[in-house]
Design a binder for this molecule. Structure first.
Ligand SMILES: *Cc1c(COP(=O)(O)O)cnc(C)c1O
Length: 440
């Protein structure tokens, strides 16, 4: 994963080439699809998020088309946590996707857009009894079980409710996904899943439980993975496990292959759905399995942009690069602060592109040194009042925002059928405290 330590000396041409959905018009400035971005902050204020439904749809179709010619039977469960706006879930549901959810809140969001409970997969390492009751009552398609303890609780709750719960065991394959350590999930040291060597005994135990329907296994090794190699390593282990289980007379009908497919933030290689489909076909075709995948970032990441206005330019004589302070901050987009994530930045107005390039630090206004968007980035010279677009923020962007520093959450727009729609107004300042209580 890109980090500030290895900041590429990019310029905007490289970014425009690697982001075909963005176009620079010599009069209208930066365009996202067919929409010129320059009028948006005038009309809606800043900062603002834009999610492009047309891009999500075409990415979803690219993914399904990769699997179409294959013999394997695969269903796609969108990982709601990447972007949980109802309009996004609704859009993907209408394209035919199921969902992967990790909380009661995400479950309710999915139900709100009428997703069939059979197309819902419930993941998460600490599901509460209340969450499990709801999941079991709704007879969700699949609960991905993260521990033996959870299996026993599910069995007990299902019995109390007079229901049967369909489950997959999430296995920790102990493979290195070669991604940022904060988004690696498939190493033995991570909290996720049942240790590979305990998988078979726990699956056998699941078979003994009268209110459990054991479907098979689940493996999710991390996020922002750009090569198929870590998947291959995990899948080989899963094949071995499935064969062992079957030799012992246990039925295995489902393998959930997880998500984690990487995107191109700079010009790194995006995970290629055709390569993934080839690998899954080659590995699993002879095993008579129903396969699932749970992509989040890959579907929605490149479809989102955060637009922000330059509040201040701070020329600092003791430092090489001036500080450009934006009106967006780490409370809006936390990925650079949290994961050292690198996001492309492009000016919005056409006229900015005529200025000379310089090396700039791009920062938020929050009272934390980690409130950073970019270090020593080569950009056309920026000044107060300019708008800039922070790219590839459709996944783990707005969903992770907070109101730290009493900053209201930014407004959200959606581009759909080449038109701009308001999908969530800016939070008002009064809304920040309207449920707060001062005791006597
Ligand atoms: C987060 C998560 C995903 C989605 O990960 P992406 O990197 O966004 O594709 C899928 N499955 C599980 C269990 C997850 O926790």
């Amino acid at each position: 994963m890109s980090s500030f330590k290895t900041e590429p000396k990019t310029n905007y041409q490289t970014l425009l080439t690697s982001h075909p959905n963005l176009r620079l018009d010599s009069i209208k400035g930066l365009c996202f699809g067919t929409i010129a971005l320059e009028m948006l902050t005038k009309h809606y204020g800043s900062p603002l998020w834009i999610i492009n439904a047309d891009i999500i749809k075409s990415r979803y179709q690219r993914l399904t088309q990769a699997f179409q010619p294959k013999k394997i039977d695969v269903s796609i469960h969108y990982a709601v946590k990447a972007n949980d706006h109802l309009a996004v879930i609704d859009l993907l549901a209408k394209e035919g996707a199921g969902v992967d959810i990790v909380s009661l809140g995400e479950l309710k969001r999915a139900l709100q857009v009428h997703i069939n409970p059979k197309k819902i997969c419930f993941s998460g390492v600490g599901k509460t009894e209340e969450e499990l009751k709801t999941a079991i009552d709704l007879e969700l398609g699949q609960i991905n079980v993260e521990s033996r303890e959870e299996l026993l609780l599910i069995s007990q709750v299902a019995q109390q409710r007079g229901k049967k719960a369909a489950i997959c065991l999430r296995i920790n394959p102990d493979v290195n996904a070669k991604t940022h350590h904060k988004i690696t999930t498939g190493l033995a040291e991570n909290k996720f899943g049942i240790a590979y060597q305990h998988a078979l005994p726990v699956y056998k135990e699941a078979y003994q439980l009268s209110h459990i329907i054991p479907l098979g296994f689940d493996v999710h090794i991390g996020s922002q993975i750009s090569s198929v190699e870590p998947y291959q390593k995990a899948f080989v282990k899963m094949v071995d496990l499935i064969q062992h289980a079957r030799l012992e007379g246990l039925k295995v009908s489902v393998l959930d292959c997880g998500g984690g497919f990487g995107i191109s933030y700079y010009n790194e290689k995006e995970a290629n759905p055709v390569e993934l489909a080839d690998l899954m076909d080659k590995t699993f075709a002879s095993l008579d399995l129903h396969l699932c995948i749970e992509p989040g970032r890959w579907l929605v990441g490149p479809a989102g942009i955060l637009i922000s206005k330059v509040t201040r330019r701070k020329d600092n004589e003791s430092k090489a690069a001036p500080f450009i302070i934006l009106d967006a901050a780490m409370n809006d987009l936390i990925r650079p602060a949290m994961y050292d994530a690198w996001h492309g930045i492009l000016p919005v107005q056409a006229e900015i592109y005529n200025r000379p390039l310089e090396s700039l630090n791009i920062d938020g206004p929050i009272c934390e040194s980690s409130d950073i968007f970019a270090r020593q980035r080569n950009l056309p010279s920026l000044k107060e009042g300019d708008d800039i677009a922070i790219l590839d923020t459709g996944a783990y962007g707005h969903v992770m925002s907070s109101s730290y520093n009493a900053r209201p959450q930014a407004l959200q727009l959606m581009i759909k059928n080449n038109k701009v729609h308001l999908i969530k107004p800016r939070q008002t300042i009064e809304e920040l405290w309207n449920k707060e209580i001062i005791p006597e």
